[in-house]
Design a protein around this ligand. Structure first.
Ligand code: ADP
Ligand code: CIR
Length: 346
């Protein structure tokens, strides 16, 4: 990943957190540093330099990147998460602490619920800096570990390499599998050697799924039709516990679970519903006032950087670091209750 070592020239239309916080002084102070895996500042910022429409624009190559390049990552983390360099992250994955009765028992608004966490394996580089051999080895170790899961979590691993185009595009269309060719990940070095080393594990019902070696080494996912958020969270936390018996995750007292994108640090959790809000969709100001109040993010129904279709949105927690997993899901639940109440009144 050799690149020029000059201060990048961001055009005026660039509003990423990278261009907001990468001053010439910080660039000069960090440009000659590298982590033990050889990850450099130019590698960390390449995605945001190439994609000037990035919201964030940086990725970490390893846990150490967050500390070696703290002069850049800290203000970005502070801005996105409202989390200070002295703060400590606290985890709580206990479903008993969640107060989340189904906000839509009649099934009029919520189509489906999905909660995912990102995880990476301790003492290895993250995706942007991992070697092909390390990635392939990891695919084998992780898929072997997953294949030992029992009961409702039991399933099969499907490598991306060799998967038929029909099956692959159907899995994406049905919201189970990651897409190919994301230009942000591409520029971060996360798509190297694609599709080798990548794949998806899932149970028969496709309610428990694990993506291997996409943006993070593991994306552990629990999903189902309807709005039973607690059931989805309980399945997820059970699965995380089982996987953690076999794999040591990368974790920091300060930053929580380590992920390649700083937006995912901490809980690395995104709890979402696909929800039909056709009336609110006509009044985006009111819609956004509610999502802001409950710290929620609005995405389109084919995930990040996609559009809504037919008034159906992906609504998820925006905060991930410095709040517990239970709080992330609670934010989503409480916000969804408020959104449904508003939609009904219109
Ligand atoms: P991630 O959530 O893993 O960060 P994306 O935003 O790209 O990444 O979403 C991944 C996939 O999960 C997409 O196909 C998206 O439509 C799907 N998805 C997200 N939330 C839900 C949901 N509540 N129900 C069904 N599918 C969902
Ligand atoms: C950006 O900066 O807009 C992209 N790098 C995506 C950032 C957040 N999303 C993510 O990590 N999936």
């Amino acid at each position: 990943m050799e690149q020029e070592n000059d201060f990048p020239n961001f055009p005026p239309e660039c509003h990423s957190l990278l261009c907001k916080y990468l001053s010439k002084e910080i660039f000069d102070a960090l440009k000659d540093k590298q982590t033990r895996y050889g990850f450099r500042l130019t590698d960390a910022i390449h995605s945001g330099v190439v994609n000037i429409d990035s919201g964030i624009g940086v990725y970490a190559g390893d846990k150490e990147s967050y500390f070696t390049f703290a002069a850049l990552f800290d203000p970005i983390i502070q801005d996105y998460h409202g989390f200070d360099p002295v703060d400590k992250h606290v985890s709580n994955l206990d479903p008993d602490d969640l107060d989340a009765p189904n906000p839509d028992p009649e099934g009029e608004y919520i189509l489906s619920t999905r909660i995912r966490v990102g995880r990476n394996v301790a003492n290895l580089p993250l995706g942007p800096a991992i070697s092909k051999a390390q990635r392939n080895r990891l695919e084998k170790d992780l898929s072997d570990a997953l294949m030992t899961l029992k009961g409702t979590l039991a399933g099969t691993y499907y490598p991306l390499k060799g998967m038929s185009e029909g099956i692959r595009s159907q899995l994406i269309e049905d919201h189970f599998l990651f897409k190919t060719g994301d230009r942000f990940l591409e520029a971060a070095g996360l798509n190297r050697d694609w599709p080798e080393g990548r794949g998806i594990f899932h149970n028969d019902e496709k309610t428990f799924l694990v993506w291997i070696n996409e943006e993070d080494q593991l994306r552990i996912i629990s999903m189902q039709q309807g709005g039973d958020i607690k059931e989805v969270f309980t399945r997820l936390t059970t699965a995380i516990g089982e996987i953690e018996k076999k794999v040591q995750f990368s974790y920091s007292q300060h930053l929580g679970y380590i992920t390649s994108c700083p937006t995912n640090l901490g809980t690395a959790m995104r709890a979402s519903v696909h929800i039909a809000l056709p009336k609110l969709a006509k009044d985006m100001e009111t819609f956004k006032a509610i999502t802001d109040k409950y710290h929620l993010q609005i995405r389109g129904i084919h995930g990040e950087h996609s559009e809504s279709e037919g008034g159906v949105y992906d609504i998820s927690n925006r905060r991930r670091l410095g709040v517990t997993e239970v709080q992330c899901v609670q934010d989503m639940h409480d916000g969804v209750v408020a959104l449904i109440e508003k939609e009904k009144s219109l």
